[in-house]
Design a protein around this ligand. Structure first.
Ligand SMILES: NC(=O)c1ccc[n+]([C@@H]2O[C@H](COP(=O)([O-])OP(=O)(O)OC[C@H]3O[C@@H](n4cnc5c(N)ncnc54)[C@H](O)[C@@H]3O)[C@@H](O)[C@H]2O)c1
Length: 251
């Protein structure tokens, strides 16, 4: 896609699922990619996959809920490839789907720490360096749970928070040439959904899938295509937008 070739991308949560697919898509379009995750082994596998396809990638073990880790991630990206042009702040956890009163404050805080504060940590590091560098494009991973009650309380709250941060960042940094959007996937076939099925039972996930006009789960590559499009010049006038990629569920 226009404008990706030769750029530098950072993708968090890149050891699996949507993050890995997005990192591979950035690399296949010609970007150098820094992949970040808490899972060092699977992260190394993402690098192997990208290199096997002829792409360029470096792994940086990172916990997005730790602001020092995220500062080190951005610093290491600049040292390795230069200031990032693109970022996909994707790392996330699902938390429990139990009713609110059955969840503890710790359950709530853990999901907020990773999904919402993680995006905050990434944005605060990325926006400043991108703005100083003349611009860039950021995609934050929200969810249909960022637009509706499609999940447990902590998860829904965290993903609504991601949409809010996306809008503020887009409004504040548009004048500096940084576009900031969110992607809101529906049910996508990843390990997160395998774990959620174990908790809710297959029937819970099937019910959501049956409610989708397209009557199937999405593939991580279908989300990756949206992520990279939102970073490309093809979407040059799109900012502050939560792009739904859900097979029609929200509709
Ligand atoms: N799969 C879906 O149906 C779906 C739907 C909507 C939104 N999402 C969102 O997409 C993103 C990716 O989900 P996925 O389905 O690929 O999940 P996944 O569990 O397959 O992958 C998530 C990755 O994030 C990493 N991670 C977790 N905590 C981290 C932390 N503190 N720091 C760094 N990395 C961490 C994990 O190690 C893992 O590699 C998440 O934000 C998720 O909420 C997924």
């Amino acid at each position: 896609m226009n404008g990706i070739d030769g750029g530098v991308a950072v993708v968090t949560g890149a050891a699996a699922g949507i993050g890995r697919a997005s990192a591979r898509r950035f690399a296949s379009e010609g970007a150098s990619v820094v992949v970040a995750d808490i899972d060092a082994d699977d992260l190394a596998e993402t690098v192997d996959l990208i290199e096997a396809d002829g792409g360029e990638a470096t792994a940086v073990e990172t916990d997005v809920s730790d602001d020092d880790d995220v500062a080190a991630l951005v610093e290491s990206t600049i040292d390795t490839y230069g200031v990032p042009d693109f970022a996909c702040n994707n790392a996330g956890i699902e938390g429990s789907s139990a009713p609110l009163s059955d969840q503890s404050l710790d359950d709530y805080k853990r999901v907020i720490d990773v999904n919402q504060t993680g995006v905050w940590n990434c944005l605060t590091e990325e926006l400043a360096v991108m703005a100083d560098n003349g611009g860039g494009a950021i995609v934050n991973m929200s969810s249909i749970a960022g637009l509706s009650a499609a999940g447990g309380g902590p998860y829904v709250a965290s993903k609504h928070g991601v949409v809010g941060l996306t809008r503020v960042a887009a409004a504040e940094y548009g004048p500096a040439g940084v576009r900031v959007n969110a992607v809101c996937p529906g049910v996508i076939d990843t390990e997160m959904i395998d774990r959620a099925s174990e908790e809710m039972g297959e029937e819970g996930i099937d019910q959501i899938v049956r409610a989708k006009p397209l009557r199937r789960m999405g593939d991580p590559d279908e989300v990756a295509a949206a992520v990279v499009w939102l970073c490309s010049e093809e979407s040059s006038f799109v900012t502050g937008h939560p792009l739904v990629v859900d097979g029609g569920y929200v509709a």
